[in-house]
Design a protein around this ligand. Structure first.
Ligand SMILES: NC(=O)c1ccc[n+]([C@@H]2O[C@H](COP(=O)([O-])OP(=O)(O)OC[C@H]3O[C@@H](n4cnc5c(N)ncnc54)[C@H](O)[C@@H]3O)[C@@H](O)[C@H]2O)c1
Ligand SMILES: [Fe+2]
Length: 369
């Protein structure tokens, strides 16, 4: 077996009431609070502020998928108020946590980050402020990863801001916060985590620790999500899904994602398909293409789906169908004449190159229906 390492420096606090731990972690430091401009979050922020004190700044204009334009404004607001000992608190889903990671990288406005994203140059100009991530979706796992997905809608490009210092110092995960997530968002965010776990298994960077996290995460999402969608207030099921998403995050924090994510980015950019849906509809066909390609991957997939992996593919299809998710790319607007090009680009993309399967098999299995 080849040598492997596993590393994750994030200090994790998990459980109902975890929110109460934040004041102790902030420990009187000046802070920037990042969240959404919605009633539920204003109330949550107010209650947090009553325990941690008035923040230096509140950035609350976060919308799904952090984009260059909004980030430019956000970075300016941050630059106007920051001090050397500022800590950033991200109270929200992946878009809030990823925005916090951009803020943490600059106290001089967005330009140094933009330059680094576009050219890979001048990382020395970037800052490294600490982040306390408090996820309210379950989820992206961004609370335990060292990268942020950043979107340039104008140029139709997706970037990954990846730096070791972007690991939040702390992840505070209170499953009760996800109880207000509507049914559809509950499904899409949990499917994102299912994709993270499966993508970390059919991955060149997989190792026994990441795979153990991934098997647990995928099994839990598959068993608990169909129950949760009919019982959204059930705190036991919310806790199982939050924990599964955290474990999926830990898995792919060391492997990164693979083909399903690589394929998702143009579909989100061009057709506006929400991330969790865009990165999960292709999972059954990608799984079908990878069976028999790598014995460790097969073994791990069997731990999730049982001994017959062809039946496993059918069960995964049924699971998605039961949640109302189509596994056909054409359902998301993809046209026949662009599909082959999308697949070829996805296989050649940075994340696509992590995929352990063969291109021929992918092109054979993922035909446009
Ligand atoms: N950095 C990473 O490791 C990583 C991994 C996966 C995805 N991502 C990125 O994360 C983003 C998606 O994040 P997301 O799926 O968490 O959603 P999001 O942060 O984009 O939020 C989506 C919507 O959910 C609502 N919402 C969030 N929490 C809620 C709650 N508790 N109750 C009610 N409504 C709530 C928000 O108001 C928002 O309108 C994408 O940009 C994706 O690319 C990053
Ligand atoms: Fe994802």
């Amino acid at each position: 077996m080849k040598m492997w390492t596993f590393e994750n420096p994030v200090n994790i606090t998990f459980g109902i009431g975890a929110l109460n731990a934040i004041a102790g972690i902030v420990a009187g430091r000046p802070c920037c609070l990042v969240t959404y401009d919605e009633k539920y979050f204003s109330e949550l922020a107010a209650s947090l502020i009553s325990s941690i004190g008035e923040p230096q700044s509140v950035i609350n204009n976060i919308t799904p998928n952090p984009d260059f334009e909004t980030l430019r404004d956000n970075c300016q607001t941050f630059a106007n108020s920051v001090s050397a000992d500022t800590v950033i608190i991200a109270l929200g889903g992946g878009s809030v946590i990823d925005t916090a990671k951009v803020l943490a990288s600059t106290d001089k406005g967005f330009e140094p980050v933009q330059q680094f994203l576009e050219t890979g140059e001048n990382e020395t100009r970037l800052a490294s402020y600490p982040i306390i991530a408090v996820p309210t979706t379950a989820g992206t796992g961004s609370e335990v990863t060292r990268w942020a997905t950043v979107w340039d809608g104008k140029s139709q490009k997706k970037y990954s801001l990846a730096r070791p210092s972007l690991y939040p110092t702390h992840a505070v995960i209170d499953p009760a916060l996800t109880r207000s997530l509507p049914r559809q968002m509950t499904i899409y965010t949990a499917l994102d985590a299912l994709s993270h776990s499966l993508e970390s298994l059919w991955n060149r960077n997989a190792n026994p620790v990441s795979s153990n996290y991934a098997v647990y995460a995928a099994s839990q999402v598959i068993s608990a999500l169909p129950l949760l969608v009919d019982d959204l207030e059930n705190i036991g099921l919310r806790t199982r899904i939050s924990k599964a998403c955290l474990f999926a995050g830990l898995a792919f924090s060391n492997t990164k994602t693979a083909l399903a994510h690589s394929l998702s980015y143009p579909i989100t950019l061009k057709y506006g398909i929400i991330h969790g849906l865009a990165c999960s509809f292709s999972l059954p066909k990608i799984m079908a293409s990878v069976i028999g390609q790598d014995s460790a991957c097969d073994q791990n997939l069997k731990r999730i789906f049982g001994p017959d992996l062809d039946t496993g593919v059918n069960n995964l299809e049924q699971f998605l169908a039961g949640l109302g998710v189509s596994t056909r790319a054409s359902s998301y607007g993809v046209q026949k004449d662009e599909w082959q090009g999308m697949l070829t680009n996805a296989l050649a993309g940075e994340r696509g190159l992590n995929f352990i399967g063969s291109s021929e098999k992918v092109l054979e299995m993922l035909i446009l229906e």
